[in-house]
Design a protein around this ligand. Structure first.
Ligand code: GDP
Ligand code: MG
Length: 370
């Protein structure tokens, strides 16, 4: 349970401690300035002072200022966000490379492909798909553990020659837990003697029934190296996305999720963010995890500077006060004062969580897995 002392809360709110203790007493929860109060109580106090902090998610550490729900009229279709999973060496990285190479609409300025944790492809017909390009279960689990369910569809890569392996099974479990639809990509079909049927049959044992076996899971035969089956895979992803009716309101203050963050020697703290809703613009003031900032520049996966970023677009942000964590929530706020306030509140909540817990942090677990 995260707590904050009354004095610290007052400090963060730029209010006199006495005003806070009085408010608490009036609310029937008397406390001294050195007493710890919990998150719920802190929120009540904030509300009393006209602040509208609400929880971003059930993840206890995550406090933010998610705006109102969007009404249906404001929702527009958005691209799907896809994660590729599968056993080591089954071809996840090769497939991500092949999909990107085949379908990227090259920027006019001849931008350089940049690793920002995700990329978006655009079909000639205009449809877009966002791929998280950190394949693997660690990233998926780490994000989910932080309350960031950003994946709409999982592509499970299975090399036909190697078959169902431990990490394949693990991925199936993750997908089922997350309740995310899955498409099976049977890879390495260029290899002599390729037998996809073997995989379809083997999957039955793990409760995965592809369409040919009378089930509802789509599958597709591909070769990442020979670049076959890629269009079909994209078709199936788009078909699945259509069924999900993915929508977001682009016309509001942006909210998103950190997919990667790092400190760059020349450019300072950088974060790759996937926009969940709204449109992000240069100059916007934001909170990002326990950090905050003002958007100095937005850079896309082609290394190109862009002015705005809408739903499901991965974008690198310059202009942060520090380095946030993968899975952290991101939101645009109105003023710098507000940004500082929320960021420091989040920082205090995180510190409390760290000192009270002897568990290794997610980052530590994540590194241990690598
Ligand atoms: P990952 O560990 O799942 O990311 O797998 P990689 O993409 O690194 O691929 C592992 C190995 O399999 C590499 O040597 C790739 O060249 C090879 N590979 C990947 N896809 C294919 C394919 O479609 N056909 C063949 N023949 N080899 C492949
Ligand atoms: Mg790889």
């Amino acid at each position: 349970p995260e707590t904050i002392t009354v004095a610290e809360l007052a400090n963060r709110m730029a209010e006199r401690t006495m005003n806070i203790t009085r408010t608490l007493a009036r609310l029937g929860m008397p406390a001294a300035s050195t007493d710890e109060i919990d998150q719920d109580t802190a929120e009540l106090v904030l509300a009393e002072f006209g602040h509208t902090i609400v929880r971003v998610s059930d993840a206890d550490v995550e406090i933010g200022m998610v705006g109102e729900e969007d009404i249906d009229d404001h929702l527009l279709p958005r691209p799907p966000v896809v994660t590729i999973m599968g056993h080591v060496d089954h071809g996840k990285t090769s497939l991500l490379d092949a999909l990107r190479g085949t379908n990227v609409v090259k920027g006019e300025a001849g931008g350089i492909t940049q690793h920002i944790g995700a990329y978006q492809i655009t079909r000639k017909s205009g449809e877009k798909i966002t791929f998280l390009d950190t394949p693997g279960h660690e990233a998926f689990s780490a994000m989910r553990a932080r309350g960031a369910d950003i994946t709409d569809i999982v592509v499970l890569v299975v090399a036909w020659d190697d078959g169902i392996m431990p990490q394949t099974i693990e991925a199936i479990h993750h997908v089922k837990d997350a309740g995310v639809p899955m498409i099976v990509a049977i890879n390495k079909m260029d290899k002599a003697g390729a037998d996809a049927q073997k995989i379809r049959t083997a999957l039955l044992q793990y409760d995965v029934q592809v369409e040919e076996m009378g089930g509802e899971v789509q599958d597709v035969e591909v070769s990442a190296t020979a670049k076959t089956g890629l269009d079909e895979l994209i078709d199936k992803i788009l078909l699945q996305a259509e069924l999900l009716e993915l929508k977001a309101n682009p016309d509001r203050a942006a909210e998103g999720t950190v997919i990667e963050a790092r400190l760059d020697k020349g450019r300072g703290p950088l974060a790759s963010v996937l926009i969940n809703r709204g449109t992000l613009k240069t100059g916007d003031i934001f909170v990002i995890g326990a950090e905050w900032g003002k958007v100095r520049a937005l850079v896309d996966d082609q290394g190109k500077q862009i002015k705005t970023a809408g739903p499901a677009l991965p974008v690198e942000i310059l202009g942060l006060s520090g380095v946030p964590k993968a899975g952290d929530a991101f939101a645009v706020v109105e003023t710098e004062a507000r940004a500082r306030e929320v960021a420091s509140y989040r920082a205090s909540v995180e510190t409390a969580a760290r000192t009270e817990s002897s568990m290794p942090s997610l980052e530590e677990q994540f590194l241990a897995l690598k």
